[in-house]
Design a protein around this ligand. Structure first.
Ligand code: NAD
Length: 491
């Protein structure tokens, strides 16, 4: 990439944004400029929505078995360009090359599941609900859909929605995060090879103004949002007030409960990967570890050792375990929250604020940071820090731990580490979070399960991925049917 101004992709053409306001996008490790992205405008959205609406009728009339041929090809394109796209993602988002490649795998898995749409669209049929009368349900597309994505998964998150929306017969608009717009731009360049009918798949760059225009545009009927909770709630409220379907996934503060009987080595390794991988900028990252009974004695020192062993570095350097956070503002915010934790009396066991990476001294690095005995209700306990910062909380019993988990405003995920089936079952049953891990550190559902956030982590009814995405991107039509011949049927 160079420092050019990124274009929108609308109706099969690359066109300039109507907005003259630009945001500079830099590599967070090297701070070198990568691209300039337009802030976007309602005119851009208008063009994209019009193109998508104009393409909708012909697209939905193509049989699903033929629509998915485009998705098979999309999968092949992504497979053939995995390393190239992953490198762009690493340079733009800061995450390691391995983490970017893992995103590609997840994106491709969703395309694979959406390729099963002829089966997923099958529905219910009741014969003879009255003499000679049948009733059945069919699923039809909504029309035009849109996805508004966050910065932390520049590749994967769009594919929680896009493949299903297209497979179901909708046309689509993607709004990437303005912090990482180049990755999706390259993917769209590659998608030109698909030869999709113009208007079926569009991309509009921008920030708040673009989002607001999407939320208000009458042609856009369904919106999938992923980002922080405050914006998710706003998007949900404004979108639904305009009569649209909205699924809005928000932020998180994910607890891991460690029982004294959990396996020491694997538990520590998995927790360190969960808390510090992707520099803690993952909506399923562990940010609280609740140590039950004797677990505190057994696990604390080992967790610090595992955290210290994590190397910060440029994501394309294979020795790096943790890349930089997304921006200098983000690093400032994380440091500020660490300071607040100290002021509130939390004990800082490991301080990652002053890390410097040789050759990348200007990069926005934060090394693993661990607090012990964090204050209940304090900033480290309740705020989504979105950096490699872990808070430890000792409790007496599993019941105490579950109570803490359930007091959280968020409900994206909750995990337990134990060797006891009974403890695990109780936790699974009682923990109030949508994604549960048992001896798993990042409880990310595969593409054939919904990504089930709860509470402030999700606004809406149907989640991302799998059958939920199919239901979200279709509307049901129920037909009650009688044929003239059968009126005279004799029995
Ligand atoms: P963000 O909320 O700042 O931005 C997300 C999207 O909203 C972007 O496309 C952005 O352009 C747009 N946006 C930003 N401000 C807006 C405003 N005032 N009005 C309208 N639109 C606005 O989130 P982010 O910093 O890009 O991503 C990190 C957040 O996303 C974290 O909170 C993380 O937990 C969350 N996240 C959640 C999930 C999940 O599945 N629940 C997955 C990934 C990330």
């Amino acid at each position: 990439m160079n420092n050019t101004i990124l274009k929108n992709y609308i109706n099969g053409q690359w066109i300039n944004s109507h907005s003259e306001k630009l945001i500079q996008v830099n590599n967070p490790a090297t701070t070198r400029p990568l691209a300039k992205v337009p802030l976007g405008s309602d005119k851009d959205v208008e063009l994209a929505a019009k193109a998508a609406a104009a393409a909708a009728k012909a697209w939905r009339d193509i049989p699903a078995t033929r629509r998915i041929q485009y998705l098979f090809k999309m999968k092949q394109i992504l497979e053939a360009h995995t390393d190239e796209i992953a490198e762009i993602c690493t340079n733009e988002s800061g995450k390691t090359f391995a983490e970017s490649k893992a995103e590609m795998t997840r994106a491709i898995e969703n395309i694979e599941v959406a390729c099963g749409i002829p089966l997923l669209l099958q529905s219910e049929f009741s014969e003879d609900i009255a003499t000679g009368v049948d009733e059945f349900m069919i699923r039809q597309p909504i029309g035009v859909g849109a996805c508004i994505a966050p910065f932390n998964f520049p590749i994967m998150i769009t594919f929680w929605f896009l493949p299903y929306a297209l497979a179901c017969g909708n046309t689509y608009i993607v709004k990437p995060s303005e912090k990482v717009p180049g990755t999706m731009t390259r993917m769209f360049e590659l998608f030109e090879e698909l030869n999709l009918p113009p208007g079926v798949l569009n991309m509009v760059h921008g920030g708040k103004e673009t989002v607001d225009a999407i939320l208000d545009h009458p042609e856009i009927k369904a919106i999938s949002f992923v980002g922080s909770s405050g914006i998710a709630k706003y998007v949900y409220q404004r979108g639904t007030a305009n009569g649209k379907r909205v699924q809005a996934q928000g932020g998180a503060k994910n607890p891991i409960v460690v029982m004294p009987d959990a396996d020491l080595e694997t538990t520590v390794k998995i927790i360190a990967d969960s808390a510090f991988g992707c520099a803690g900028q993952r909506c399923l990252a562990a940010s609280l570890v609740i140590l039950v009974g004797d677990a505190k004695k057994k696990f604390t020192t080992k967790l610090i050792e595992a955290a210290k062993a994590k190397k910060c570095g440029y994501g394309m350097d294979s020795a790096a375990d943790i890349g930089p956070v997304i921006s200098i503002e983000s690093r400032r915010r994380i440091k500020k929250l660490i300071e607040l934790g100290i002021e509130e009396g939390d004990s800082l066991l490991l301080d990652g604020r002053t890390v410097s990476v040789k050759g990348f001294e200007d990069g926005h690095f934060v090394a693993p940071t661990i607090f012990d005995n964090i204050k209940k209700g304090g900033v480290v306990h309740t705020t989504e820090i979105f950096g490699p910062v872990l808070g430890l909380m000792p409790v007496e019993t599993l019941d105490d731990a579950i109570e803490l988990v359930n007091q959280s405003a968020y409900g994206n995920s909750a995990c337990i580490f134990t060797n006891s089936g009974a403890a695990a079952r109780k936790f699974r049953h009682e923990a109030m979070a949508g994604n549960i891990g048992v001896n798993i550190g990042v409880a990310a559902p595969m593409a054939f399960f919904p990504f089930s956030g709860w509470k402030e982590s999700f606004f809406g009814d149907l989640h991302a991925q799998s059958r939920h995405a199919v239901e979200f991107y279709t509307q049901t039509k129920v037909v009650v049917e009688r044929w003239a011949d059968e009126w005279t049927r004799k029995f």
